[in-house]
Design a protein around this ligand. Structure first.
Ligand code: BMA
Length: 327
């Protein structure tokens, strides 16, 4: 390692991109930003965001024994918007994040519903990724980048989400006794200000990762510059029993667009992780991400190495700066 080399936490799979529009069993424009989970029989399931050739997104399941190749993709869209009954889904559904909730013994999917008011957060549940029950819109527009925790806190479900409002675009936490009624809204992690890679606009990446030391949270930061937006990924750790408490926040980003399939595409310079699976050793983590809003990629890391990196590269506390409105 040269002195100038930085520590690599996520290693890109040599077969990237592992899924593209060309793999689909029906005509689509792009596939990206997949939710991910491991089914009971060990199969990796990706619930992919699929943008059709009108620009409207739906979700489609792809299953693989090894999580890398041999994908079996549903022959038709798996979960589509229902604008007749849910007008908030008029222009499609996007960016699903899957959480297996132990108390319910089912999967909850938090996704972006795109309607006339803008993007909002909706929830659906499923046991088999074949039939789905909708809870409808739970966070009004403008809000996205949401996922549920797999456990309850003091008898309540908890949702991470990212409203954009006069106070900025920060990560928030909300709580609910029944998944329908939400309250107790608090800022979980504010965007930095100024020149930081995660200044002004941040959002959750995959759902929170449960570790012995607390909730490991990957989040994206959006740097706006003259030629567009640059999406990179950072790390933070939150208290196991009270996820409002940020224990450590990494200073540098850990993963950014570098490969050709990340720097060119429909939206260049975007890496956008939305799902993960954990290997049988309990430490290997497979991160599934959208590359340039065009394809689906895989990068692999180690949870213990990420925690160790946070010890060396993180600062304590929620933020060194107060959030301010975005100009
Ligand atoms: C975000 C979301 C993602 C998208 C990203 C980059 O706001 O809409 O779906 O991947 O922008 O375009």
């Amino acid at each position: 390692m040269k002195p100038s080399d930085y520590e690599v936490l996520l290693n890109r799979h040599p077969k990237n991109p592992i899924l593209t529009a060309a793999d689909w069993p029906y005509p689509v424009h792009a596939v990206f930003n997949p939710g991910a989970t491991t089914l009971k029989d060990g199969t990796t399931l990706l619930l992919c965001r699929v943008e059709d050739r009108r620009g409207i997104s739906h979700l489609c399941a792809a299953r693989s024994k090894n999580g890398v190749d041999g994908w079996e993709i549903d022959p038709e869209p798996t979960f589509v918007s229902d604008p007749h009954n849910y007008p908030d889904e008029l222009w499609g559904i996007e960016d699903p994040r899957i959480t297996y909730v132990y108390e319910l013994e089912e999967y909850l999917i938090a996704y972006t519903a795109f309607g006339k008011a803008g993007p909002g957060v909706a929830i659906a549940s499923t046991k088999d990724f074949k039939t789905f029950e909708r809870f409808g819109l739970v966070m009004q527009a403008d809000d996205k980048d949401a996922a549920l925790f797999p456990r309850q806190f003091n008898g309540e479900f908890a949702l991470i989400h990212r409203p954009s409002n006069d106070s900025g675009a920060h990560m928030w936490l909300s709580f609910s006794p029944d998944l329908h009624n939400w309250g107790g809204h608090v800022i979980m992690l504010p965007a930095h200000r100024g020149a930081w890679w995660d200044a002004n606009k941040i959002g959750l990446s995959p759902p929170p990762i449960e570790t012995d030391r607390g909730w490991l949270v990957m989040y994206h930061g959006v740097r706006h510059h003259a030629s567009g937006s640059l999406y990179r990924v950072g790390l933070a750790l939150f208290d196991k029993d009270n996820p409002e408490i940020c224990l450590l926040r990494g200073q540098p980003w850990i993963f950014g667009p570098e490969a050709q399939y990340e720097v060119t595409g429909d939206v260049s310079h975007v890496v956008f992780p939305t799902g993960y699976t954990v290997g049988a050793d309990g430490d290997t983590i497979n991160i599934y991400y959208g590359a340039a809003d065009t394809s689906i990629c895989l990068a692999t890391g180690s949870i213990s190495q990420m925690l160790d990196w946070l010890d060396r590269n993180g600062t304590e506390g929620i933020s060194t700066q107060e959030p301010v409105p975005i100009a």
